[in-house]
Design a protein around this ligand. Sequence first.
Ligand code: SF4
Length: 277
Amino acid sequence: MPRPPALSPSRAGDFQQCPLMFRYRVIDRLPEPPSAAATLGTLVHSVLEELYDLPAADRTVEAAQARLEPAWRKMLEKDPRLAELHADPFLEREWLADGRDRIATYFTLENPQRLEPAGREEFVELQLEDGPLLRGIVDRIDIAPDGAIRIVDYKTGKTPDPRWGEKKERFQMRFYALVIERLRQRRPALLQLLFLKDGGRLEIRPTEGDLQQIEFEIREIWGEITAAAEAGRFRTRKSKLCGWCSFQDACPEFGGAERPLDPDAVERALGVRPLTA
Ligand code: SF4
């Protein structure tokens, strides 16, 4: 059964970055080539998730690093397209070495022998009243003996510069804080992002005002998305991030022709039918 339309932090971020990119990704579901960085993120996340299946005393850096390559072989079996990433075995070895480095950095930030997560890769969904269905996957949820909730997210990239970065990360974490607060009837005490490339850490202690603000922002973004869907018009927003966009061939900003919009696909993806259709 297809899932009902929902908004996740990454989809909201896609729309804010460029409505046309959002459309191609979410509505047209155009295929995109796998990215080495995103795949490394998925791989490291799966190792850190499985690490907590081991008895606490066995959660060592060596044990975690030893799981990396078998986890990668399993990912390749499931999705053979990923083999495109590393035609050269030397580059594949380098990439796996990067993964082991990320895991080693993780152990400088936390001691997994002293943690017993309450949730790992937890799928969460919340229907906002008169608003969108919110959806996402929370990397880890910890609950202290006094019931205090901590949400933890692993990033395989480096710590963003607070002067122009962090916005996306703060949005994501406050989005999850809102969802968890509503689902568990308790506001998370701490939101923690761990950056495994350089060992950085970003901590947010969300206030009631933060969560009111994020709810407002989410409703606003959803309003813009549904307005674009009703108008059948997803504009381009050119930026330096276009360099990483897979859809330049179908983007007028780069001389490509925008694809015709399928109203049925819009309705399936967003639950809204273009008024012009
Ligand atoms: S190339 Fe840039 S402007 Fe064009 S769709 Fe991609 S992100 Fe948007």
